[in-house]
Ligand binder design. Structure first.
Ligand code: TRP
Length: 343
């Protein structure tokens, strides 16, 4: 392997995944789906529905299948073209589980024990959680590196998992003396819509686990529900300021302005330029109209895709074939590097 470059020199490739666990909201749309659709035009992209990650906590089998289709439908409705990007569900591609095992033998227990998401999810109950939940970030590293993906669009909350992926890639390259074999994947976190917050609390992320449904706009909400939630959203008695700096201690204002900007594809400053001096009585109806305008076509399309589950399954199967074709030669190399007889 004398001619192996020290640094990874393969092509740029984007990988991201969304768990099939419940309803998608505006935060998922702006933070992930919309960006996925944009990126497919100038990158080679794989967008996965991570059903293997979903079973780290108990799932109803019928619901799991339905929710897997829902995420696939949401990808497509947001504009992801399955002929361009590779769209599939994780369990159809066996390489994910195989590589996760190899990485289990590379990752250190100490690394995993520092993962804050596990601690948050497990709470005081960590002894009763599945081993899979603890191991979740290793499977995530396998997802990415199975394709030697170099770029991973994710939310801020996934930063630590991405660091773990980099550590695993670096340790594999180092332990097996194959410098540059795996790339060290980079998170892509920034950009408009990266931090969509709860409509009830500008300091908390918009989340499907928030007990208040008014805290989020679901992709499946009716136009009336969407408009009502925006009008009820927490704001303050002030007016829209002229500069971004003046929003520093007004998280709810920042959030509503940010949502407007991300949906309209303009900067926060452009929103301020348009609305400065106006109160929320004027801004909220404009925002509500924009939300309905941008999200209703997505939810309509999503429903249309969901009305033909066989077609969705065909799309997922075709995506899995393409994913397998990319993964198999990489897995073959990995088996050789590890030293398996038969590889
Ligand atoms: N853990 C990610 C999340 O909860 C989902 C995920 C699984 C993922 N595998 C991935 C994201 C690989 C990016 C790359 O959002």
């Amino acid at each position: 392997m004398n001619d192996t470059p020290i640094h990874y020199s393969g092509p740029e490739r984007v990988f991201s995944g969304v768990q099939p666990s419940g309803a998608l909201h505006l935060g998922n749309y702006l933070g992930a789906l919309k960006k996925f659709a944009v990126m497919q035009h100038d990158h080679e992209c794989l967008y996965c529905v991570v059903d293997l990650h979903a079973i780290t906590v108990p799932q109803d089998p019928k619901l799991l299948k339905q929710q897997t289709r829902e995420i696939a439908a949401a990808y497509l409705a947001a504009g992801v073209d399955p002929k361009k990007a590779i769209v599939y569900n994780q369990s159809r591609v066996r390489g994910h589980t195989e590589l996760a095992w190899y990485f289990n033998c590379v990752a250190r227990i100490g690394w995993l024990s520092r993962m804050t998401q596990f601690k948050d999810k497990a709470g005081k109950n960590s002894e009763a959680m599945s081993v899979g939940l603890y191991d979740y970030p290793v499977l995530q590293a396998a997802d990415i590196l199975l394709f030697k993906a170099t770029h991973v669009p994710v939310g801020e909350d996934q930063k630590q998992h991405l660091e773990l992926s980099r550590d695993i890639a670096a340790k594999f390259n180092n332990d097996f003396k194959v410098p540059g074999f795996f790339p060290l994947p980079e998170p892509m976190i920034k950009g408009p819509g990266a931090r969509i917050m709860s409509l009830r609390d500008g300091k908390a992320k918009m989340s499907k686990s928030d007990p208040s449904d008014n805290s989020r706009i679901n992709l499946t909400d009716t136009p009336e529900q969407m408009a009502k939630k925006i009008k009820k959203a927490k704001s303050d008695a002030g007016v829209i300021p002229e500069t971004e700096k003046e929003m520093d201690d007004r998280p709810e204002v920042q959030n509503l302005v940010g949502i407007y900007a991300a949906l309209a594809d303009i900067s926060d400053q452009a929103v301020l330029d348009e609305f400065a001096g106006q109160g929320f009585g004027a801004f909220k109806p404009a925002l509500a109209d924009l939300v309905v305008d941008k999200l209703q076509p997505v939810s309509d399309l999503m429903r249309r895709y969901l009305s033909d589950p066989e077609e969705l399954d065909r799309i997922l199967a075709a995506g899995a074939d393409r994913a397998n074709a990319l993964a198999e030669p990489i897995l073959g190399d990995i088996r050789k590097v590890i030293g398996f007889s038969g590889a």
